[in-house]
Write a protein that binds this ligand. Structure first.
Ligand SMILES: *Cc1c(COP(=O)(O)O)cnc(C)c1O
Length: 369
C-alpha cells in the first residue's frame, strides 16, 4: 500500500471546513429555547426555495418522507401506479409502496443512466397517476419529455432530486419544474445535514400547503387536525446547519466539478460518464464502468482506495420486492449496471494528491485486467 488511504468521502473534513460557523449556528438554536419548526426552519426554507428558483419549500424529516408526502399530497394511493426508474436508489420505490401504490419500473437510457423518456409511454396504463423522475448520481434527467408525457396523459411529475442539489437542466437549476421536487439532506448528499433532513420545493401553492399540514399531524392549528398526517418535521438544529452549508454549496459544487473534470480528462481504460449538452451535473457520485468491476474494486481496495457500488442489487431483485415476482433479466440494462458500475471517491474536500492517486491506480489496474 502506497501512502495514506483514500476515503470514499470524508464527511468530517466537511464539518471541520465550516466548524466555527456550524458550531455557532448549533449554539444559537440551543440558546433560543425553540426546538421544533420555528424561525430556523422558516429561514432555511425561504433560502432554499430561492436557491432552487422555486416558489415554496417545506422542510421534512428526510428524503424518503419528502417522496411519500409528495405522493400523498397528489392523492396517489392504493390501486394507483407510479412510473419509477428501474435504476435508482430503493427509496424511490419504497415511497410508492408506502402509499399503497404500485411502482412500475422503466429502464434507463444507456448513456445517461437516467430513466429513458422514450420507454415511458409504453409503461402508462389507465391507473398511472405519477412519474418519479430521478436525477441519479447528480446528473439531471431529461425532464422536458417527461413533463410533456405527464401533461398529455394528465399525470403528475415528481422529481427525486436527492442527489442533485444545484444541478442545472437547460440552463436553470433543478427544483421548480416538476409538480413537486423532493430533496434529501442525508449527510453524504451534496447539501448534507449532520443528521437526517429533507425538503420539497414546488411552484404549486396547493401542494406546499398540503405537505406543510401532512408533516405536522395533518394540523395547521394546534389540536385541530384536518387530515391524518404524520410527524415528519425538519429539525431546527439541522435547518441552522443547512443554512450555513447552503452558503457554500455553489463553491463546494464547483470543487466536485473540478474533480470530475480531472477524472474525465485523465482516466483511461474505463467507461466514463456521459454529459448531455443540456446538463450541468453536480457529481454526487462519479460512476465509471468496467467489465471486471469486482477485480478493479478489490485491487483498488488493496492499495487503500475506497470505492462503492451504486447500487449492487437493483430494487426489482431485492428481497423486499420478492412479492412483485420480477425475474432476473426483467431489466437487463439495470442489472448490467449493477455488475459493472463503480463509484470513485469524490467530495469537495478531496485533495488533488488523492485524485491523482485514484487516476494513476485506475489507469494502471484497468490496463492489466
Ligand atoms: C438519499 C436518497 C433518497 C432518500 O433520502 P433519505 O434522506 O436518506 O431518506 C431518495 N432518493 C434518492 C435517489 C436518494 O439518493
Amino acid at each position: 500500500m502506497t501512502g495514506k488511504s483514500v476515503p470514499f468521502l470524508d464527511l468530517r473534513a466537511g464539518y471541520l471546513a465550516l466548524k466555527s460557523e456550524i458550531d455557532a449556528a448549533v449554539s444559537r438554536v440551543l440558546d433560543s429555547g425553540w426546538y421544533i419548526l420555528g424561525p430556523e426552519v422558516e429561514t432555511f426554507e425561504t433560502a432554499f426555495a430561492k436557491f432552487c428558483e422555486a416558489e415554496h419549500c417545506v422542510g421534512v424529516a428526510n428524503g424518503l418522507d419528502a417522496l411519500i408526502l409528495s405522493l400523498r399530497a397528489l392523492d396517489v394511493g392504493p390501486g394507483d401506479e407510479v412510473i419509477v426508474p428501474s435504476n435508482t436508489f430503493i427509496a424511490t420505490w419504497l415511497a410508492v409502496s408506502a402509499v399503497g401504490a404500485l411502482p412500475v419500473p422503466v429502464e434507463p437510457d444507456p448513456l445517461t443512466y437516467n430513466i429513458d423518456p422514450l420507454l415511458v409511454p409504453a409503461a402508462i396504463t389507465s391507473k398511472t397517476r405519477a412519474i418519479i423522475a430521478v436525477h441519479l448520481y447528480g446528473q439531471p434527467c431529461d425532464l422536458d419529455p417527461l413533463i410533456a408525457i405527464g401533461r398529455k396523459h394528465g399525470i403528475s411529475v415528481i422529481e427525486d432530486a436527492a442527489q442533485a442539489h444545484s444541478a442545472e437542466y437547460k440552463k436553470a437549476r433543478v427544483g421548480g419544474r416538476g409538480d413537486v421536487v423532493c430533496w434529501s439532506f442525508y449527510p453524504g448528499k451534496n447539501l448534507g445535514a449532520l443528521g437526517d433532513g429533507g425538503a420539497i420545493t414546488t411552484n404549486r401553492a396547493d401542494i406546499a400547503a398540503r405537505i406543510r399540514t401532512l408533516r405536522n399531524y395533518g394540523s395547521n392549528q394546534k389540536y385541530v387536525n384536518v387530515e391524518q398526517g404524520t410527524n415528519s418535521r425538519l429539525d431546527p438544529i439541522q435547518a441552522a446547519i443547512l443554512s450555513v452549508k447552503l452558503d457554500h454549496l455553489v463553491d463546494w459544487t464547483s470543487k466536485r466539478q473540478a474533480i470530475a473534470k480531472n477524472y474525465l480528462d485523465n482516466l483511461r481504460g474505463v467507461t466514463l460518464p456521459f454529459v448531455p449538452d443540456w446538463a450541468v451535473p453536480v457529481w454526487h457520485l462519479f460512476v465509471i464502468r468496467h467489465e471486471k468491476r469486482d477485480e478493479l474494486m478489490s485491487s483498488l481496495a488493496a492499495e487503500g482506495i475506497s470505492t462503492l457500488v451504486h447500487y449492487p442489487i437493483p430494487p426489482h431483485l431485492q428481497e423486499a420486492y420478492k412479492t412483485a415476482c420480477y425475474e432476473k433479466g426483467s431489466f437487463p440494462l439495470t442489472e448490467q449496471f449493477a455488475e459493472d458500475m463503480l463509484s470513485l471517491p469524490i467530495g469537495p474536500q478531496m485533495p488533488i494528491e488523492d485524485q491523482n492517486r485514484v487516476i494513476e491506480a485506475v489507469n494502471r489496474l484497468a490496463a492489466k485486467l
